[in-house]
Write a new protein. Structure first.
Length: 219
């Protein structure tokens, strides 16, 4: 059976705004639904374990409600405790919280590196690619170096008014790591597949991202 791991942020403070953030619920729920429909076994992981903070929840969305009720969100294992050897894909869900705790988390990096070097797929959507900005392979090279990627754009960050609150601009950091950031118009679906790296630009891209992963793993 194909096994997928969806990684979630544990960070809840949105810079100096006094507002709360977390993982963007739809960016985990939609891939979870797509993967389950494809017959995958789907597990969750978060940086700190337990109940990760939620952001962007739509209480009228059936997929999100099913996910929150049945996927085990209230009691996620922490990244340090996860054995990556059985997973075929890791997907980093977004949400602004990821910008603080994904980039330097050694355990998320260990999981992603192991999945990728065993021939699996690394996927990330919206701010989830923050997990990739410092991610290196066993030979020391950046996983994203020389690859085309999507991720929340500078224009989108400006549009939501958070350019001065996030610790860095995601598109810029991906470019610094050697990636070619491929933007689409703000808040339109954009998924980029480069080898076994699959990335999506924004919440509008979450379902198509997961569908691209399923297609890739079936090939």
């Amino acid at each position: 059976m194909t096994r997928a791991l969806i990684a979630l942020t544990s960070h809840s403070e949105l810079g100096r705004t006094g507002r709360r953030t977390g993982f963007y619920v739809g960016e985990a729920a939609e891939p979870w639904e797509v993967f389950r429909a494809a017959g995958y076994e789907v597990d969750l992981v978060s940086v700190a374990g337990g109940q990760p903070p939620l952001d962007g929840r739509d209480e009228n969305n059936r997929t999100q409600n099913d996910f929150l009720a049945t996927a085990g969100v209230a009691d996620t294992p922490k990244a340090a405790d996860v054995d990556p050897s059985g997973y075929d894909v890791i997907l980093f869900a977004g949400g602004h919280g990821t910008m603080w705790d994904f980039p330097d988390n050694a355990d998320l990096a260990r999981i992603a590196r192991t999945v990728y070097e065993r021939g699996g797929v690394v996927a990330a959507v919206c701010h989830g690619p923050s997990a990739l900005v410092n991610l290196t392979l066993s030979d020391g090279s950046h996983l994203v170096a020389g690859k085309r990627v999507a991720g929340f754009t500078n224009d989108e960050e400006t549009a939501v008014g958070l350019t001065d609150e996030v610790p860095f601009l995601l598109a810029d950091k991906l470019t610094e790591a050697g990636a070619q950031h491929v933007p689409a118009p703000n808040f339109t679906e954009q998924v980029v597949v480069d080898g076994r790296l699959v990335t999506g630009q924004n919440p509008q891209s979450a379902r198509a991202l997961a569908e691209a992963v399923v297609k890739l793993l079936a090939a």
